[in-house]
Design a binder for this molecule. Sequence first.
Ligand SMILES: Nc1ncnc2c1ncn2[C@@H]1O[C@H](COP(=O)(O)OP(=O)(O)OP(=O)(O)O)[C@@H](O)[C@H]1O
Length: 514
Amino acid sequence: MNKNKVNYLENQSRAIEVPTTKLKAVRRNEIKAVRSKKSLEIESAPFAASSFSELGLPPLLLDRLEREGFKLPTDVQSVAIPTILKNHDVVIQSYTGSGKTLAYLLPILSEVGPLKNKSSTGDGESGKTDIEAVIVAPSRELGMQIVREIEKLLGPSDKKVVQQLVGGANRSRQEEALKKNKPAIIVGTPGRIAEISAAGKLHTHGCRFLVLDEIDELLSFNFRESMHRILEHVGRRSGANPHEAKSSLARTSERQTIMVSATVPFSVIRAARSWGNDPLLVQAKRVVPLESVPSSGPVNLSGPISSSSSNTNQPVELTLPPALRHYFCVTKLQHKVDTLRRCVHALDAKSVIVFMNHSKQLKDAVFKLEARGIKAAELHGDLGKLARSTTLKKFKNGELRVLVTNELSARGLDVAECDLVVNLDLPTDSIHYAHRAGRTGRLGRKGTVVTICEEPEVFVVKKLQKRLGIPIRTCEFTEGKLVVSEKEEEKTLEAVRSKQHEVSPDDSLAKFIA
Ligand SMILES: Nc1ncnc2c1ncn2[C@@H]1O[C@H](COP(=O)(O)OP(=O)(O)OP(=O)(O)O)[C@@H](O)[C@H]1O
């Protein structure tokens, strides 16, 4: 066994200790047993590990991480990786762009596929061809992005270990590929996974990992039926009675469930409790049993924001990347696109994501921007899969300066270069604001969020400011500059000071940017 891993596991048994009642049956590897202790001691957990090798990852995977230029784990990775390696069901919550994807992919790749620990059991040894990990994401774009992240680590010769099952693509081709390549990991959207599963072409009963990325979005009504099928079939042995899920026998055959989002409303806490086995809430600086988190407000979990409402869609935990700056600018409806143009120039933004709520207005905005010499394109669900991926590619390559889109792109979209997010229509609530805003300022980078609104909408911005506990400064774009009036600035800061603790400008992710 890897020496690093031994040391790490020894350290870990001191670091994260879980009450006896929270022990899960050890399914795969005796070494991974969790020691029984009365309380969850987290003070000595590696909240900021100085290298990936401290986290008990296999040597091959460490090599790949180095090759791909991943030098240090982020805070959430430092906590999530060892917790998942210890077989816990988890809810991972940390702000946008903090590296949640690798936080769950790395422990999975430690157990599944060609980079895994030699000591792990798996298909290779038993000749089993079942899928071993199912990753569910709410959009094709996000699904495809996750696949690319896995492929990057697997390398070109092992690409077939992962397969995407996203909607909009040819289903029979996906089914043929499943049969031919026998992938160990599938990543897909709920509808397509459920469809292929219902057709009997997806063998997931022996599946060890179920990841629900953007869990709060996956709880939405549209996905209900598909999610039900996935939860009932993934990681459940044939013939196992789902109603016996809490019995010890059923537990040992159950999957490990990993739920992820930057925003964790009460509805997620409740769902996670019923879908997981004594899940832990994993954040950048702490691990707590989810049981200890109230499933309705008011709560205060030490984060800067906590809800004081019992509405299930209100965030229990909602933090934003500290390096983001937030502004709003008041204008008339007919001048919105022109204000956007002035905003892009004033900030000299190179890569801009603009959010709107309706596709028709969205097309008009693109037309007007192009007419004013700004390279722009639209991205929304009415476009075909090919058009969507071509546009996204162009935006990522820098061929487009402005991407005008809707909620489709608010979640998970990772474009490191994006330096400005503009809300040309208001988001519906603070959760939507957080996900939209999080397309910029990723991994500790600087980023600006500008909301362009009409006078009667200002009260909504003030509400968002209050709920999020961040200053959203009023600004104007004059003479090619972003101007904030000092009087308004003082008022904004006063309002926020009374609501929120100071956000440290010294973001722990700052070390990731050159
Ligand atoms: N340890 C690391 N070192 C360097 N880069 C990293 C590291 N971890 C992740 N990244 C990169 O940081 C970017 C953001 O990561 P990721 O998309 O996982 O964030 P996230 O927390 O899931 O964001 P969101 O909530 O918006 O989905 C990605 O490009 C990813 O490859």
